[in-house]
Design a binder for this molecule. Structure first.
Ligand code: HEM
Ligand SMILES: *[C@@H]1O[C@H](CO)[C@@H](O)[C@H](O)[C@H]1NC(C)=O
Ligand SMILES: *[C@@H]1O[C@H](CO)[C@@H](O)[C@H](O)[C@H]1NC(C)=O
Ligand SMILES: CC(=O)N[C@H]1CO[C@H](CO)[C@@H](O)[C@@H]1O
Length: 508
């Protein structure tokens, strides 16, 4: 047996160091990676991600600097966490990092093939991006749908009035939980813009099916999936995330497909509405003359409409909820905002979108909310299209690229007292979120930045203005500004763990 023994020793004492050495040499001589915490064998840095990745990455920043390297299972990952590094990304490498990383759950029902948000950078993405920009990024087009937004917000204010006075009438405190009003209203804002119809009603069953399917879809999608870090497990789908996503996605696509089919029929019958909406624009698209992609297929239109609901509802309504929470926690800011509305608009009429430019403090409150509570704190992850030299580091092709807006928005190099809510910092400052200022990027940067930015800004600003103009708000009796629960969690977007409750009193 001696020979076996010596063979074992030979292996251990000679081969193992050789392997290690060659690996090490490989790393140190040719390849320079950004700094990052050491990982475990096989699983890498999975434990560094945790359930609040935006906060955990931010903590690692003080140790490793603004560009962080992580290995998530087999997945190479770079996290960018300073304005300077974000600037570098968008100025020099926007194109190299313009693919998306597609989570496995999004391959259910071939969603990723019709999606814009998860499309690879290419012809199909460009077509959708151009189409949606001309509907969503053009002031004139946004202005056309002003009456629709007004109607949806009027309804919400009315619901809140009725529910609060109903509660008082029944001996209650008049307290309401804001999220359901905000979420339903956002759904209707988006559905009016896309489809010229309400799809939700607080009081009836209509739309509930949609609502439930979306909630289930989101909750399956929000779970961390081992398949995303160990691609070779895709066939197994061990947590059943793709299977379950697929079930709810099917329901959602069926519901949206009903709307699309109905519209196609109306068009065939020659019944035209007087105003053209987003769905019309998608269905009327005839191709760009270059042949490759002519009309959009019905399935792709359906997926894209659904995507607008997924991208535009939870983000905007949760942002508005955060704004209300911050205002209730900072009574000075609340008072200033109220004063501004009283001064500029008064009580004889409701605030309109045309007033927004005259309300600098309102705009500052919205920016400050988006700074502290960016709805997608880690954006939608991008993916490197090629090996890239980023700030002296080698980033290999297919690396997942994450921009941590949450950390950038709290960088003391860019912000004084970064953790406190101070809208004043934006008054008389030209810092904006439109992509010119790399320290404020709630909508991302560069060619993959949010296509709904202008629309989202209008939705959030107007909703907030109306809520503050119509009511005096108070916290429930047992809650004070100091102990209001502001803990965060990431679902599809950044949410409050404990939904905000407040007591509205009609202003006379
Ligand atoms: C407060 C509200 C919103 C926030 C904070 C937000 C934020 C973002 C962010 C951070 C991204 C990724 C940017 C990047 O990777 O660089 C994004 C992408 C996107 N957003 Fe929004 N968004 C909001 C509202 C909306 C609305 C209202 C719509 C549509 C009506 C929308 C549709 C999209 C789409 C389609 C993309 C993918 C763009 C692409 O990949 O080319 N978002 N959004
Ligand atoms: C539509 O989606 C399919 C896959 O679902 C994709 O291959 C195709 O390029 C898309 N294009 C058009 C014009 O619909
Ligand atoms: C759109 O509406 C806003 C607010 O009413 C106004 O300031 C702006 O000039 C309008 N723009 C266009 C192009 O109609
Ligand atoms: C205010 C608000 O809309 N809150 C919502 C945030 O998103 C989740 C998921 O859709 C909802 O459950 C909350 O109601």
């Amino acid at each position: 047996m001696a020979w076996l023994h010596s063979l074992t020793w030979f292996t251990i004492s000679f081969l193992v160091p050789l392997i290690l050495w060659s690996k090490f040499r490989n790393r140190s001589s040719k390849v320079r990676r950004p700094p990052g915490p050491p990982g475990w064998p096989l699983i890498g840095n999975i434990f560094d991600v945790g359930t609040e990745p935006h906060q955990n990455f931010h903590k690692l920043q003080s140790r490793y600097g603004p560009v962080l390297w992580l290995k998530l299972g087999t997945l190479n990952t770079v996290v960018i966490q300073s304005a300077t590094a974000a600037n570098e990304l968008v100025k020099k490498h926007d194109l190299a990092f313009s693919d998306r990383r597609v989570p496995d759950s999004m391959t259910a029902c071939d969603y990723h093939k019709g999606s814009m948000a998860f499309a690879a950078y290419g012809e199909y993405w460009r077509v959708l991006r151009r189409l949606s920009s001309s509907e969503l990024m053009v002031q004139k087009r946004i202005n056309d749908s002003m009456p629709l937004r007004r109607k949806c917000i009027d309804k919400m204010i009315q619901w809140i009035k009725e529910d609060a006075s109903g509660s008082r009438f029944g001996g209650g405190s008049g307290e309401i939980q804001l999220d359901k009003y905000l979420l339903i209203m956002s759904f209707n804002l988006v559905s009016n813009f896309m489809l010229s119809r309400d799809i939700m009603d607080l009081k009836s069953e209509m739309g509930n099916e949609f609502f439930e399917a979306i909630n289930k879809f989101i909750s399956w999608n929000g779970k961390p999936n081992v398949v995303d870090t160990f691609g070779f497990l895709k066939w197994l789908d061990p947590q059943g995330i793709r299977r379950n996503t697929e079930k709810h996605l099917k329901e959602l696509l069926n519901l949206v497909s009903g709307f699309v089919k109905e519209r196609i029929q109306e068009k065939q019958l020659g019944r035209e509405k007087e105003t053209r909406d987003f769905l019309d624009a998608l269905l009327e698209y005839e191709g760009d003359g270059k042949g490759a992609s002519d009309k959009l297929s019905e399935k792709n239109v359906t997926i894209f409409i659904l995507e607008m609901f997924l991208g535009g509802t939870e983000t905007t309504s949760n942002t508005t909820q955060w704004a209300m929470a911050e205002l209730l926690r900072n009574p000075d800011s609340m008072t200033k905002l109220k004063d501004e509305l009283d001064r500029v608009v008064g009580h004889s009429r409701t605030v309109e979108e045309g007033d927004l430019n005259e309300l600098p403090y309102l705009q500052a409150v919205v920016k400050e909310t988006m700074r502290l509570r960016p709805s997608l704190p880690l954006m939608l992850p991008r993916s490197a299209r090629q090996d890239t030299d980023f700030m002296g580091y080698n980033i290999p092709k297919n690396t997942m690229v994450i921009l941590n807006a949450w950390a950038i928005h709290r960088d003391p190099d860019s912000w004084k007292n970064p953790f406190s809510f101070k809208p004043e910092r934006f008054v008389n400052s030209n810092t904006d979120f439109k992509g010119q200022h790399y320290e404020l990027i709630p909508f991302g940067l560069g060619r993959r930045s949010c296509v709904g930015m202008l629309m989202a800004d209008r939705m959030v600003s107007l909703t907030l203005a109306r809520l503050i103009q119509s009511f005096d708000w108070e916290l429930p009796v047992n809650v004070s500004p100091e102990n209001l629960d502001m803990r965060e969690m990431i679902g599809l977007s950044l949410r409050m763990i404990v939904p905000l409750k407040a007591v509205p009193r009609e202003r006379k």
